[in-house]
Design a binder for this molecule. Structure first.
Ligand SMILES: [Zn+2]
Length: 163
């Protein structure tokens, strides 16, 4: 019976855009990951993070913690890890990606130059205050408390309303 409909079935399957569908699911999943770490979108998270090894990243959050994450392991159900203690973090990372003593030293050293995020006063999201995209609207660095032009505008509007 199935064989009779085989051709039809195949045609039906061909009409579904699997690639697009999977891409949508993947994009939603990655935005979820970003939200767990405090960012509005995956792109923002990616631009605010340092690639460590493979697809493992570190993000230096506004509250002083580091987030350790990987889009591939997240897709298989592994949550991002958060560390407030640098030594514990280096030991953990060393065990996950197999770092020898010298590589651990290098990681410790590199951590010192990581850009720390700030938290937007309007939307509460994490953002990179040194993100080059900010120069388009915050070239004078007058709006360092906000993640975006929209959030800076919203704060002004709110102030006017309160006044
Ligand atoms: Zn914001």
């Amino acid at each position: 019976m199935m064989n009779l409909n085989h051709k039809e079935w195949e045609q039906k399957m061909d009409n579904i855009n699997w690639k697009e569908m999977l891409e949508d699911v993947e994009a939603a999943l990655m935005d979820n990951l970003a939200a767990e770490i405090g960012f509005p979108t995956y792109d923002r998270l990616l631009q605010s993070s340092e690639l460590i090894s493979g697809r493992y990243h570190l993000t230096y959050l506004s509250d002083g913690r580091f987030a350790w994450w990987n889009p591939d392991t997240y897709a298989t159900g592994e949550d991002p890890c958060f560390f407030s203690n640098k030594e514990e973090m280096v030991a953990y990372i060393a065990s996950v990606i197999q770092l020898n003593q010298e590589q651990q030293e290098k990681l410790r050293f590199n951590l010192q130059s990581f850009q720390q995020m700030k938290r937007c006063e309007t939307c509460d999201h994490e953002y990179n205050p040194k993100d080059p995209i900010r120069y388009e609207w915050d070239g004078d660095k007058d709006n360092q408390a906000y993640c975006s032009f929209e959030c800076a505008v919203e704060s002004v509007l709110k102030e006017e309303k309160d006044f």
